[in-house]
Design a protein around this ligand. Sequence first.
Ligand SMILES: [Zn+2]
Length: 132
Amino acid sequence: MEGSQDIAGKKSVKVNCSFCSREIECPADMLQTSKKHMCYECFRNAGELAKEEGFEDVHVDIPMDKMEELIPEQLTNSMVEEVFPDIWKERKEEFKAMSKRDLAEEMFGAGAYTAIRNMLSTMKKVEKDGSH
Ligand SMILES: [Zn+2]
């Protein structure tokens, strides 16, 4: 944990990826909460393994430019997995009475609404974390 430096007023500490030993950076305030560190390459390769282990204690070093492609992907996945079952359960009877076109339109609207809401809360989170 040597060689700490300031990035945009935030302390960042050089750490080693717990999986491949590559040198990555970790925000100093994340050191306390992270038990493991993972570089972006390992994160991309982890796949199912990462899901099983759970990511709560793992700090993943994701480059800012990769965030842009990752966030929509993750939002979509979590939206489908977490939000859709609720919408379906709540409104199943209503959906059954709809034509396919109306149903598609309704679901597209619900999806867009959830996406925008999630995006706004993610943006707030990113702002609070102060990364860039
Ligand atoms: Zn790695």
